[in-house]
Design a protein around this ligand. Sequence first.
Ligand SMILES: Cc1ncc(COP(=O)(O)O)c(C=O)c1O
Length: 357
Amino acid sequence: MQSELLQAMTGAEAQAYDPDPRGRRSARQAIASYYAVRGVSIDEDRLVLTTGTSEAYSYLFRLLCDPGDEVLAPAPCYPLFDYLADAECVRLVQTPLVFDERWQLDLAMLEAAISERTRALLLVHPNNPTGHYTRRAEAEAIFDICRRHGIALIVDEVFLDYSLIEVADEDATSFLARPTDAMVFVVSGISKILALPQMKLGWIAVPCGEEIEIATDRDVALERLEVLADTFLSVGTPVQVALPLWLQQSKAIQKEISARIRRNLATLDDLLAEQATRWVSRLRVEAGWYVILRVPMLQTDEEMALLLLERGVLVHPGRFFGLPGWLVVSLLASEDEFAAGARMLLQVAAARAVKMM
Ligand SMILES: Cc1ncc(COP(=O)(O)O)c(C=O)c1O
């Protein structure tokens, strides 16, 4: 399958240069079909291709913000937000997510964090690293806040296809299928959808508005994004040519990844249940590639991560995500490696806990 996927990049079409600032129409049509198969409607003319979601954020910050403006993000969140905001001279302001059986936004604190300089709210749906979906009711409250304060909503859906447990469709659906008067941009890309981060392709979707005023605002935003994209023309032709074939394989690729992630999560649960003392536990996860572990608070999450690194086990300190004291673990490793790493983690946590008592 790998060689077939790469072959798509080598034909005469891939050598030609005839750039379209929004991205090749055939690539945009393939993305629209990818959504259509999942019951979500987006016109190919409402899509702008980028080299990944990072570039998509960068375009959106340039579109929406002046230097010194603010963007809000619920934390724990994707650690790159800080750097992406800094790079565009924008200030990232965090607002808390709270865990009570499941993760949810503190809407009062979110609203209180909005200032005169706030231009956008960033949501990851499902979120990294908490793996929770923004529920329909929560989304509606967010739309209302965004509309009243005149701020845009940027929703990152790179993990949308990787659900781990049953969640109602209305809660797990794309924001493109959630009608609103708020200014919404959805970003995604193939680094997670197809597990091809090295191919560098993402997009921004700007759904059309129903009321004339909203529709006009969104059309203006789309035209400005096109100018930004035209300034760089950064997405390579071969990847755009190959995208339709690749996206046709998306369900098959995702099936394999989801199966592995579920097996690793089940292995982790078995190992957690086997602990003589339950030093380590995990939080509920609904979707995505990560799980959050509670470890004994006898050392910092960073010390624990370094201790594990010395033993060849890679975990993320929770503080990278705004979650000090916790560990974030990827479920993507091969099954054997994952089981060995999880065993080592539990051994180290138990040994440290006993020693410190
Ligand atoms: C929330 C989130 N968005 C996007 C990405 C991928 O970014 P890119 O498309 O720039 O590779 C990641 C990668 O870990 C992520 O966690």
